[in-house]
Design a protein around this ligand. Structure first.
Ligand code: DC
Length: 228
């Protein structure tokens, strides 16, 4: 069977990553969480106090960043490594979430990440999730899915995830962060979050994870058959 590229885009916490990971596992494809790359860059910028509007400082900082996904035998998943350090857990912190939309709106940052993402897809057989995968990174992806879910549901899902690690977090904090990120991600000048014309809309508000997966897998199998 010929391998294809599957692009999954959508707002924060709409279930994209879970869906992309499940699909990749089932199809024996590579799963790439492109948001993790922007989060790792943001962590580096925070740690090194990079002055965001300062173009040269940003360019210089990017030269010192190496990103890699490394398979973790214990979890069976790939972890994000920033300059050989496993930052998978750190990049999910609220401080990174609060700054990542601003960092990922910078042209130099996007050029840096997109070049690496395209390289990862050269051999196809990849499921990548993000905001601009079907529109910018892989405009020719054979299957594009645009995932949505009501804000209240997304806030609940995100809260549950974060509360396990940090019981001081409130629902209001999570809601404010999600809404702000959605706003910036959708309204930025470069590669804003938008549905590609040829993307299939998948509203997960009333779907279980199992149902989402079944629908997406059916679409993927159809596309793979079409392109074989
Ligand atoms: O998927 P996520 O919530 O972990 O992504 C974190 C942020 O990274 C998101 O708010 C916007 C940015 N992002 C992006 O601009 N483009 C992508 N392809 C993926 C993520």
């Amino acid at each position: 069977m010929k391998k294809i590229i599957i692009a999954i885009d959508g707002q924060s916490s709409c279930g994209k990553s879970t869906l992309a990971r499940q699909l990749a596992e089932e199809l024996n494809y590579i799963f790439i969480d492109s948001g993790a790359m922007y989060r790792a860059i943001t962590l580096y910028f925070l740690r090194n106090h990079i002055n965001l509007p300062h173009k040269t400082a940003v360019q210089q900082a990017l030269k010192n960043i190496s990103l890699e996904f490394v398979f973790n035998q214990h979890t069976g998943r790939s972890d994000m490594y920033l300059n050989d350090e496993n930052v998978e857990s750190l990049i999910r912190d609220m401080l990174v979430s609060e700054n990542v939309s601003e960092v990922s709106a910078i042209k130099e940052v996007r050029d840096f990440a997109v070049a690496q993402q395209r390289k990862m897809g050269e051999k196809k057989g990849i499921v990548m999730d993000g905001r601009d995968i079907g529109t910018v990174v892989f405009p020719d992806a054979e299957l594009k899915i645009f995932v949505t879910a009501d804000t209240a549901i997304r806030v609940q899902r995100r809260f549950k995830e974060l509360y396990e690690k940090n019981p001081t977090i409130t629902l209001e904090d999570v809601k404010a962060n999600l809404e702000l990120r959605d706003y910036i991600d959708t309204n930025r000048a470069i590669s804003p979050l938008q549905k590609a014309e040829d993307a299939i809309l998948l509203d997960t508000t009333n779907l279980t994870r199992g149902d989402q997966f079944k629908k997406a897998l059916r679409l993927a199998k159809e596309k793979i058959k079409q392109h074989s």
